[in-house]
Design a protein. Structure first.
Length: 267
C-alpha cells in the first residue's frame, strides 16, 4: 500500500487505528481451543468485527513464532485473511547486515505479503536499506519506544542531541516519507511535538495507547501532520476487551470507541 492510498483510507474511515493481533493462546476464549487452528479462529473473528473501523493490523511475530510451524501457518492464514485495502505490519523488529536483511525483507514482503515490517536500526545503514529496496513496501524504524528501558540507550545525550533524535534524522535520509515510518511510543507524548519537527512528513506507528496508559488525545494533538501521519496501535485493549463467547462484539465496541475519538481529531 502506498502513502496516497493509506492517507485516503484514513480520511475515508476517519480512523488511524491500528489493531495489534498479538494473539496469546493462553488468553483467547476457551471455547476456541477446540478449533483446528485456535489462533486463526480468534484472529478471524476479531478481523470480521473490526475491519471497517481500523486502517491497519499489526502482527507481533513473537506470538506466532513460539508455536513453531503451526504458529507460522496461523500467521500466514491471518495475513491472507486481512482485506487487501487494509495496511499490514509485521512487528518483527528485524535488523542485520547485507544479505541477511535482504532475506528478512523477502520473508515478510514476498513470502507473507506484509506491507511493512518493523526494523531495528542499531547496526546502521546496511541493516535498514535492504528493507527500502522493495517498491510499495515500508520499513518502520524503531525511534523512541514506549517501554521503560528506552531510557537505557535511546534517551542518552550524544553530542547536541538525544540518541533517538540522531537515529531518526539519520535514517530518514536513507529513505523517504513514502517508504519509511518511525515507532514513537504513546507514553513518550512529551517528546512527540519535538520529534514531529525533526521528521515533519513521516508517519509514526504509535504503540502504548490503551493497556500501557498512553493518551490518544495528547499523541493526536502533538503528532499529527497534514496527512494525519499517525497509526495508533491498540492491542490488548481491543482484542481482549472481552473473554466470553461475545469477545468479538466486545472487541468491536472497544475499536469503535477509539475510532469515534479519532474522528474528533481529524481535520
Amino acid at each position: 500500500m502506498n502513502r496516497q492510498d493509506l492517507v485516503q483510507l484514513i480520511r475515508e474511515r476517519k480512523s488511524y487505528l491500528c489493531i495489534g493481533l498479538d494473539t496469546d493462546i493462553q488468553k483467547i476464549p476457551k471455547h476456541l481451543l477446540s478449533h483446528a487452528d485456535p489462533i486463526f479462529a480468534f484472529n478471524k473473528a476479531i478481523i470480521d468485527a473490526t475491519k471497517d473501523l481500523c486502517v491497519a493490523y499489526k502482527i507481533n511475530t513473537a506470538f506466532y513464532e513460539c508455536q513453531g510451524i503451526r504458529g507460522w501457518e496461523s500467521l500466514q492464514r491471518t495475513v491472507e485473511y486481512i482485506p487487501e485495502n487494509i495496511f499490514t505490519i509485521a512487528d518483527a523488529k528485524r535488523g542485520d547486515i547485507g544479505n541477511t536483511s535482504t532475506y528478512y525483507a523477502k520473508t515478510f514482503f514476498e513470502t507473507y505479503g506484509f506491507d511493512s515490517v518493523t526494523v531495528a536500526p542499531y547496526m546502521g545503514r546496511d541493516s535498514v536499506e535492504p528493507f527500502l529496496a522493495f517498491p510499495g513496501k515500508w520499513a518502520i524504524v524503531l525511534g523512541l519506544t514506549s517501554n521503560a528501558g528506552s531510557a537505557d540507550f535511546q534517551q542518552l545525550t550524544t553530542g547536541n542531541a538525544r540518541l533517538y533524535e540522531t537515529v531518526m534524522t539519520t535514517t530518514a535520509a536513507w529513505g523517504s516519507a513514502d517508504n519509511m515510518m518511525f515507532v514513537v511510543g504513546a507514553t513518550q507524548a512529551a517528546a512527540v511535538a519535538d520529534i514531529r519537527k525533526l521528521v515533519p512528513d513521516h508517519f509514526f506507528l504509535v504503540p502504548g495507547v490503551g493497556a500501557q496508559g498512553g493518551s490518544l488525545k495528547e499523541i493526536s494533538e502533538k503528532g499529527m501532520n497534514n496527512d494525519i501521519g499517525l497509526l495508533v496501535n491498540a492491542s490488548r485493549a481491543v482484542i481482549y476487551a472481552g473473554n466470553g463467547e461475545q469477545f468479538a462484539e466486545d472487541a468491536r465496541a472497544a475499536a469503535l470507541a477509539y475510532q469515534q475519538e479519532m474522528a474528533q481529531y481529524i481535520k
